[in-house]
Each structure stands twice: as structure tokens, then as C-alpha cells.
Design a protein around this ligand. Sequence first.
Ligand code: NI
Length: 152
Amino acid sequence: MAKLHIVKLGDEILRKPCRPVEKITPRILTLLDDMLETMRDANGCGIAAPQVGVLRRICIVEVEEGHPIELINPKIIAYSGEQEAEEGCLSIPGKWGVTKRPMHVTVRALDRNGESFDVTGSDLLARAFCHEIDHLDGKLFIDCVVGDIQES
Ligand code: NI
């Protein structure tokens, strides 16, 4: 595994839509491994491929330590409820803000074996799914902050 460089706010790659993965190649599997290592090294609970400079629809969420959820071509297929909570991003270090997100989110994605699966998350997990899938469409949490962006 290798630690990758995390692209920061201001780099236009973060604003571009990502292309779907058509075939899960060894290169994609290596990318997943490297993204996980990069996210953990940065103490993040989620990372999306554009954050390491790759415009593919791939992200990882790890809200529960040791249980990363790898998502290839993820889609939100159901959501309900509402929550407001603080959110930050590895690409926007030192800044955070309150966003409004659904309380429950169901995502359909492919796993690393190319199998389709559905996963439902609430609270932080729901927020992380939304945040990372937004990245794949060039959207950042600062676009949906309720109130001010805080600096720490
Ligand atoms: Ni982010």
C-alpha cells in the first residue's frame, strides 16, 4: 500500500464529475488499498477518489474503526429524516461547518469483487455517505453549510 497526496481546496479536480468504474482491474484494487491507507493516515472517516487525483466513482467510508466500507459506483437509492451536524473534509483542512443531511441513507454500490450490495446508515454514517458521494459529483461540504464556515 502507498500513501497518496491529498488534493486540497482550490485544485479544480475537486470540482469535476467522476466517471463510473466499468471494470474492476488490479489498478482499481490498488487504488482502494492506497485510499484506505491515505484516509487512515490523515485520521479521516471518509475519502473519495478525486481527493487523490483520480476522477472515478470510488469512495471509502470508515465510521466504525476497522470496518471500512468500500463503495464503487455508489448511488443513494433511499433517504429519510434530517440532521444538522458539524462536518469537515480532508481536502479543506482546518475548516468545518454545520450541514443539513438526511438522517438515514441507503446506498447501492459494487464491492471490490464487482458484487452489488445495499448498505443503510444513520447519523454520522449517513452523513459520511452523502459527503463522499457528493465528492464524486464535484460537490464539497462548503457548498451546503448552514451558517458560517468555522476555522480551527
Ligand atoms: Ni471530503
